[in-house]
Design a protein around this ligand. Structure first.
Ligand SMILES: C[S@@+](CC[C@H](N)C(=O)[O-])C[C@H]1O[C@@H](n2cnc3c(N)ncnc32)[C@H](O)[C@@H]1O
Length: 294
C-alpha cells in the first residue's frame, strides 16, 4: 500500500500493501481479506471480548486501513465508539464512506496521524487494535509506549499479524513449476528483510519489553477449500498481482512467467480455477496495560 506518511525512505511495493506508492487494489484486497476470513475475525474479536470484560466504550483502531477491524469491533462491542487512526487520507475516506453505508457513522471518528510520531489526544482507551500495521512503523517500540499511555490502566492492546502472503495453490499447480509459491515466498522474505524489518517480529517479546502483560498469544493456521467464500478468486488475484509487482526483476524469470500465467485470464488463472484453496497463518497477541505501574 502507499505509505502516505512522511517517511524519508520509500519501501518497494509489497503484497500486504506497503510501500512503493501503489494503492491500486490494496483497499479492495483488505476488504476481501476480511470477507474471506470473516469467521476468523469473529473468533478474534470473541477472544478479545473475553479478556476485555464489560464496559468497553473507547476503542482505537491503529492503522485502520479500510476499517475491517473497526467494523468487526463495533459489532462485538455494541456500546463502543471507535477512533480509526491511519496516516493515509485515502484509507480514512474509504472507511468513513463505509461507516456511513453501514449506518455506524456516529460511532466512528477518524484521525489522520502518523503512528511513528505521536498518538496525541488518545487517552483512557479501553482497547487498541493494531492489525497488520505495527510492522510498518520505523520505531514500533516508541509506538508501543505511546499506546500504553493511550490505554487506561487495565486496558488491552490486541496485535494481529499474518505470517506472510497466503498460499493459493497445490505445489504442482503450474505445470512445470512445482514449488512455485514456496520460492516466491522465499524471495519476498528476502525483500522484506531489507525493506520491512519489523515484519515477522515476535510481538510478544516486544509487548513485554514495553511494559505490557501478554495474556494471549495464538497462531492459527487457516485453510479454506471449495466451496470458497465469494470473492476468494479475486482476493487471490489481487494478492498475487502485488507479489508479481513486488518481485519484478527480483525473482527467477521462469517463476515470474509462471506467476503471470496465474493472472493472465487463461486456463491457469486463479480467478476461475477449481483447485484454488487459501492457506494463511494468522497471529494474535492480546496484552494488558498493568493496573499498577507506569
Ligand atoms: C496492511 S494495512 C492493514 C489495515 C487494517 N488494519 C486491516 O487489518 O485490514 C496497514 C495500514 O497501516 C497504515 N499505516 C502504515 N504506516 C502507518 C503509520 N506510520 N501511521 C499510521 N498508519 C500507518 C496504512 O496506511 C494502512 O492503512
Amino acid at each position: 500500500m502507499a505509505h502516505s506518511h512522511s517517511h524519508s525512505h520509500a519501501h518497494p511495493p509489497r503484497p500486504d500493501g506497503t510501500g512503493g506508492g501503489q494503492q491500486d487494489g490494496l483497499t479492495e484486497m483488505l476488504d476481501l481479506d476480511a470477507a474471506v476470513f470473516g469467521p476468523y475475525l469473529a473468533t478474534v474479536t470473541d477472544r478479545i471480548a473475553r479478556l476485555a470484560g464489560d464496559g468497553v466504550t473507547r476503542i482505537v483502531d491503529l492503522g485502520a486501513g479500510t476499517g475491517t477491524g473497526t467494523f468487526a469491533l463495533l459489532e462485538r462491542f455494541p456500546a463502543a465508539r471507535v477512533t480509526a487512526v491511519d496516516s493515509s487520507p485515502e484509507m480514512l475516506a474509504r472507511l468513513t464512506a463505509a461507516a456511513r453505508d453501514r449506518g455506524t457513522a456516529e460511532r466512528v471518528r477518524t484521525l489522520r496521524a502518523d503512528a511513528d510520531e505521536a498518538l496525541a489526544g488518545l487517552t483512557d482507551t479501553d482497547l487498541v487494535w493494531a492489525s497488520a500495521s505495527l510492522h510498518h512503523l520505523d520505531d514500533p517500540g516508541g509506538t508501543l509506549a505511546a499506546i500504553r499511555s493511550a490505554l487506561r490502566p487495565g486496558g488491552l492492546l490486541a496485535v494481529a499479524e499474518m505470517d506472510g502472503v497466503p498460499r493459493f495453490l497445490p505445489g504442482d499447480a503450474v505445470a512445470d513449476r512445482p514449488g512455485l509459491e514456496d520460492r516466491l515466498r522465499a524471495a519476498l522474505d528476502e525483500l522484506h528483510a531489507e525493506a520491512v524489518p519489523h515484519l515477522g517480529a515476535d510481538w510478544g517479546v516486544r509487548l513485554t519489553a514495553a511494559g505490557f502483560t501478554v495474556e494471549r498469544a495464538d497462531t492459527t493456521r487457516l485453510e479454506l477449500r471449495a466451496p470458497l467464500p465469494e470473492g476468494t478468486g479475486r482476493y487471490a488475484f489481487l494478492t498475487l498481482t502485488r507479489v508479481r509487482d513486488a518481485l519484478d526483476g527480483r525473482a527467477d524469470p521462469a517463476d515470474l512467467a509462471a506467476l503471470g500465467l496465474l493472472l493472465d485470464g487463461g486456463p491457469h488463472d486463479v480467478r476461475h480455477r477449481e483447485d484454488l484453496a487459501v492457506r494463511s497463518g494468522r497471529e494474535l497477541w492480546v496484552a494488558r496495560r498493568p493496573v499498577d505501574g507506569p
